[in-house]
Ligand binder design. Structure first.
Ligand code: SF4
Ligand code: MG
Length: 320
C-alpha cells in the first residue's frame, strides 16, 4: 500500500462573532472533505481564497485540530497524537509557506537555519550536519558562500529555496506547500517549481500543493482537488480536469485563466456575484446562487459525490 495520506470526512468549524448577533456564528471552513495521496504524487488543492484549502493544509500539518474526521498518515490517525509521537510525525511531514520572509529567522545565518531542524530532531553529529547542509545548499543551486549570510541578504527566490531546503533536509515523506510561489516574480516562479520537481525526484517526495493559480498547479500536479466554500466539488487527474472539467465551478475557474493553447479555448464563464459568506452558506448546493446550470433541486438538496471514473469525481446534481 503506497498511500501516504488519507483525509477522511475532515471538518473544521470555527465560531465567529459577526457583530450582529451576541451568540457566535459557526463557520464551516472545511466541511466533510475526503481524499488520499499516494507516494510520489503531487496533489493540488485549488480554489479561491476562503475556500478552505489552507485550513485543510493546516490540519494535515497538525497546526490546527480538526473538529472531526481523520488524518491518516502512514496508517496512523495523527490527529489523535501528542507529545513525542507528534514530534516524530512532524519530521515526516514538512511545510513550505508562501512567505519566505516571515518563515526564516532574520537573526540567523543560512547555516544556522538549515542546521536547526537536524539539531531539533537529534540527527547526525555536528560535523555531519554541516556536511548535510553544504550538500543541500548545492542541491538547491546555492554556493557555500551563502552559509554565513542572513535571509535579508538574499532575493525572494533564494529565500524560498532556503525554506524548501530546510523542509527537505529532514527527508520527509510528505510536504505541504501552501502557495509556495505566489509571492515571487513570475520569472522566478518557474525556477522554484522546477526545483520542487527536481527534489521530488531526488528525494522521493510527495506533495500536497495548495494554490489559487491554476497555471502553476497544472505544471506541477498529477491530480487536482477543487474546493468551494469548504467543500470539495471536483477531483480528477490534472490533464483530465483541464480537458474535461465537469463541475460548473471548475469550468468557470478554468475559463478564467489566460489560455496558452488555442485548441483549448472556451468562452469565459462569468459568475454572478461573489463567493457567499461562509457564515451563511446557501442551502442545497453551496454554488447554486452563482451557477449558470442551476436547476430547481440545487437550492433544495445538497448534491452527493458522483464517481465519473475511478479517479474523476464531482459533487453536482447534473451528474446524479
Ligand atoms: Fe450548479 Fe446545481 Fe451542480 Fe450546484 S448542483 S454546481 S447549482 S448544477
Ligand atoms: Mg490561503
Amino acid at each position: 500500500n503506497d498511500r501516504v495520506l488519507q483525509v477522511v470526512n475532515l471538518k473544521k468549524y470555527y465560531t465567529v462573532n459577526d457583530g450582529w448577533f451576541s451568540s457566535g456564528q459557526r463557520v464551516k471552513a472545511v466541511d466533510d472533505v475526503s481524499f488520499s495521496i499516494y507516494k510520489g504524487e503531487t496533489v493540488g488543492l485549488v480554489g479561491e481564497s476562503g475556500c478552505g484549502k489552507s485550513t485543510t493544509g493546516r490540519t494535515v500539518l497538525q497546526l490546527s485540530q480538526p473538529t472531526s474526521g481523520k488524518i491518516i498518515f502512514e496508517g496512523t490517525d495523527i490527529s489523535k497524537l501528542k507529545g513525542q509521537e507528534l514530534r516524530q510525525i512532524r519530521r515526516r511531514i514538512q511545510m513550505i509557506f508562501q512567505d519566505p520572509y516571515a518563515s526564516l529567522d532574520p537573526h540567523k545565518t543560512i547555516q544556522q537555519i538549515l542546521t536547526e531542524p537536524l539539531h531539533v530532531h537529534h540527527l547526525y553529529d555536528k560535523k555531519k550536519r554541516i556536511e548535510k547542509v553544504r550538500k543541500m545548499l548545492k542541491t538547491i543551486g546555492l554556493t557555500d558562500t551563502y552559509l554565513t549570510r542572513y535571509p535579508n541578504e538574499l532575493s525572494g527566490g533564494q529565500r524560498q529555496r532556503i525554506a524548501i531546503a530546510r523542509a527537505v533536509i529532514l527527508h520527509p515523506l510528505l510536504i505541504v506547500a501552501d502557495e509556495p510561489v505566489s509571492a515571487l516574480d513570475v520569472s522566478v516562479q518557474a525556477q522554484v517549481i522546477n526545483l520542487l520537481m527536481h527534489l521530488q525526484h531526488e528525494f522521493q517526495l510527495t506533495y500536497l500543493f495548495i494554490s489559487h493559480d491554476l497555471n502553476v498547479v497544472r505544471h506541477i500536479t498529477d491530480r487536482i482537488i477543487v474546493m468551494y466554500l469548504g467543500k470539495m466539488v471536483e477531483a480528477a487527474p490534472t490533464e483530465e480536469l483541464f480537458r474535461d472539467p465537469k463541475h460548473p465551478y471548475t469550468r468557470a475557474l478554468l475559463s478564467a485563466i489566460p489560455i496558452r493553447n488555442p485548441d483549448e479555448h472556451t468562452d469565459r464563464i462569468v459568475l454572478n456575484g461573489e463567493v457567499p459568506s461562509p457564515v451563511y452558506p446557501p442551502s442545497g448546493c453551496p454554488f447554486h446562487e452563482r451557477c449558470p446550470n442551476a436547476m430547481d433541486i440545487c437550492s433544495k438538496a445538497a448534491p452527493r459525490q458522483v464517481n465519473l471514473s475511478e479517479k474523476h469525481k464531482t459533487i453536482c446534481h447534473l451528474y446524479s
